[in-house]
Every structure is written in C-alpha cells, then in structure tokens.
Design a protein around this ligand. Sequence first.
Ligand code: MLT
Length: 246
Amino acid sequence: MHITDEGSGATIVWIHGYPLNSGIFRPQLAIEGFRHLMPDLPGFGQTPAASGELSMDDYARAVLAELDQRGIDRATFAGVSMGGYVCFAIAQLAPERVEGLILIDTKETADTEEGRKGRYDSIEKVKNEGLTPIVDAMLPKMLTPAASPEMVAQVRAIMEATSPAGAIAALGAMANRPDSSALLPALDVRTLIVVGDQDSITPVADAQRMAAALPHAKLVVLEGAAHLSNLQQSAAFNKAALLWLT
Ligand code: MLT
C-alpha cells in the first residue's frame, strides 16, 4: 500500500474518500506535532487494486496492517466520506486502537435502496466507459463554485488517478456497508466532526445527527466548503483540528 508517513508525535491516520486518494490531505501535513499516515487505499492513487470484491472491513484491515508494520498501537483516525465509513469499520474491529476520530463530510447511515441501485449503475458505467463520467459528475460536488481553477484541476487529477478496478471495488463496498448508527452512542472516544456548509453529498444535517448521537463530539461547520472541506478551507480546517487535537 502506498502511504505517506511524515512528522513525529501521536499518530493521525488520514483516510481518503471515493474516488480520491491521499493527495486530498496534502494541506494537513502542515498540522505540526503529529505523525501523519496517509494511505492510498487499494485501487486509488499509487496503490494497485486488490483482486475481487472488497468490504469496508477489508479496507480497515489493510489500514490497520500498516499500523502493525510500524508498531503503532493507537492512533486518531480521520476519514473523509468513504474514509469515514472505513473509520467506523476500524472502530468496530479494533476499538482499543482508536484514540480519537475526525469525521469529515461523512455519515453513519448505510445506502438507501435507491442509493445502492445507483452504485450498481455506476459499476456498469465504469465497466463500459471508464472513470471519466463518474469524475465529471462528482467533481462539481467536491468543491464550491468559488474554488480556484488550480484547485479544481488538482482534484480532477486526484480523481483520475483512481483505477477502474479500484472504483468498482469501492462502489461495491459502499453499497454493502453496514449502517453504523447503533455504533455511535457506544463510541467512547473524543470525536471531531467537520462538514462543509455547502456539502450536498453528506450535508450539514448528517453531521448534526452524528454529533447528537455521539457521546463526545464537537461539530465544526466550515463556511465556503463543499464535500472536501479539509482541502477547500484547509487553513480553517487545520486550525479547528489542531485546537481539538491539543
Ligand atoms: C466519497 O466522497 O467518499 C463518496 O462520495 C461517498 C459516497 O458516495 O457515499
């Protein structure tokens, strides 16, 4: 697994969403005093796709194996969107390893029937047409219209680095992911929830619902951000994260 491993201190594991890679977290390397692990999940960025179907638990185990290799017992896990779904899987599989959670533009619920059908339609689309239609459809939802052309180009390039096999596996894993609602009240860890005020994929209401269900949550709504709030409003994100972390 390709993984950025920079800095020293307590570990934060940054888990990207779909169809993205660890490049969306470049600005978070500026958060000083921590060791940052930023994996490219299988099939995304520079990590080759795994063979066959995957579940959120498979992604979680792959991330935990990277911690094992480095002798890291506990970490704060930060996930954007699908990365948040992986965080929930980690919290289920290995709660003793979770120091804290940063849930960014994500939600705890499973797909609706309609959402699941959309995933299978997307799988067919990727098989027949490659990733371009998915990238074209999702890119406008990642950033607000105020984003600079450079930032838009950067996110497009990150999305286009996803392999078709990686996208297909992730779509299947998201379609089949469990509902984590029942997990939240029992999650006895400090949690920071961050959401862009213009996120249409996982809107502010999703973040508010998670904050109400979690015992130790702080909610931050970032103005001027859509689905990638950590990237588009990186200075405000890093400030809120550092305050919460320390
Ligand atoms: C993501 O950003 O990871 C995806 O939009 C999540 C999803 O489609 O549920």
